[in-house]
Design a protein around this ligand. Structure first.
Ligand code: FES
Ligand SMILES: [Fe+2]
Length: 388
């Protein structure tokens, strides 16, 4: 009998075969977060990102337009560029120096007259385009050059994501970090959207919110969540809330959506945080955090104030040191909700390979967990149907 984890078989969290299907059917078929708009500020700047099976880069052309290309040289397929950077006027492949302009056209082939006596028809060997778009100050790519629009993909959920104007906030670079969690990416997502655990796993770290008043739901495969400050915290709201706020009053609370697949946002009064999930292996997931704050004249002062406050630590500033540190320091006494979450995810993943693993009934506050499992299943089924 297939062992199940609610709506998915346990293999969905442990097997390479399932992981490969997700890479092909989900992560190669959706809009992928590639960075903040300010990562590619001028002509010649670029950033690259893995979108499922595709490595894609965004480059700004001389016309100040953003373009995305598959990061594959048209000669023998070598990756043209790495990570983030600034080039001059052209993109040169490291292998044989075939060179492309910023618009993706092949412009030079070294030793063409001797190596290719019949010449190379350069028009036929431009870089293969992908799609790029900007939403709320974030860059997204899609492997398909004719992808349905980003605005349409997030359109229905957009009104439920809070009043933040992320594109007007400025990044707090010290909060940028990345780490790995030894658990399947869906365990990480499920933990992010599990409302039931908030008052239990995080009883000491997220007490400033009233989880009983949380409002949450779905728009297609995208999850949205909002909760107000707790009564006690609200009493002293003036004092408790940071100045300057990233959202104008009267808005209060935390907006914590999880956009499909694996794009978490955590937005409160003081900061706007990204939680980008990248599956690396069936039992290994990479998280990248980026944080934006109000662009204020009291900037230096605000940063100090803010870095000693709890909310950002979870989203951006947690210094998770891995398993060895965990053995020495009780993660449940860390005072940091991300450390608590990582601990819960990794402990859960460990049990999945046991033949004795079995799940109990989901609580009301776990309905997002089972709904996400269904969203994964539905998305993969729809893609497979479209392929056949
Ligand atoms: S593979 Fe790029 S120039 Fe040969
Ligand atoms: Fe949590």
């Amino acid at each position: 009998m297939t062992r199940m984890y609610h709506n998915l078989p346990v293999e969905a969290y442990t097997s390479q075969g399932w992981f490969d299907r997700e890479q092909r059917l989900i992560f190669s078929q959706t809009w992928r977060f590639a960075g903040l708009a300010e990562d590619v500020p001028e002509p010649g700047h670029y950033v690259s990102v893995q979108a499922g099976l595709n490595n894609i880069f965004i480059v700004m052309g001389r016309d100040h337009r953003l373009r995305a290309f598959h990061n594959i040289c048209r000669h023998r397929g070598t990756q043209l560029i790495r990570a983030v950077g600034k080039t001059q006027k052209a993109l040169t492949c490291p292998y044989h120096d075939w060179t492309y302009d910023l618009e993706g056209n092949l412009i030079s082939v070294p030793d063409e007259s001797t190596e290719y006596p019949n010449g190379v028809d350069k028009k036929c060997f431009g870089l293969k385009p992908a799609s790029v778009d900007v939403w709320r100050g974030m860059l997204f790519v899609h492997p398909d050059p004719d992808a349905p629009s980003l605005a349409a993909w997030f359109g229905d959920v957009d009104p439920h994501l809070g009043p933040h104007k992320a594109e007007e906030l400025v990044e707090y670079p010290e909060a940028r970090n990345a780490y790995e969690i030894k658990a399947n990416w869906k365990i990480v997502v499920e933990n992010y959207i599990d409302v039931y655990h908030l008052s239990h796993l995080h009883s000491k770290t997220l007490y400033m919110y009233d989880h009983g008043k949380a409002e949450y739901g779905w728009k297609g495969p995208h999850y949205h969540f909002w909760e107000p400050p707790s009564a006690e915290y609200s009493e002293n709201l003036e004092k408790n809330l940071p100045t300057p706020r990233v959202i104008p009053e009267p808005h209060v609370g935390a907006w914590v959506p999880m956009l499909f697949p694996g794009i978490g946002i955590g937005a409160g009064e003081d900061s706007w945080n990204l939680f980008i999930i990248t599956p690396l292996a069936p039992d290994l997931t990479r998280i990248e955090n980026r944080t934006k704050l109000a662009n204020a004249s009291q900037w230096e002062f605000q940063k100090q104030e803010w870095s000693s406050w709890g909310f950002w630590k979870g989203f951006g500033g947690a210094k998770y040191e891995g398993k060895d540190a965990m053995n020495e320091n009780d993660p449940m006494a860390s005072g940091d909700f991300t450390t608590e979450d990582i601990y819960a995810c990794e402990q859960q993943q460990k049990s999945l390979t046991s033949p004795y693993f079995e799940v109990g009934p989901p609580a009301n506050g776990e309905s997002p967990v089972t709904r996400h499992q269904q969203a994964v299943l539905d998305f993969m089924t729809a893609q497979e149907t479209a392929e056949n």
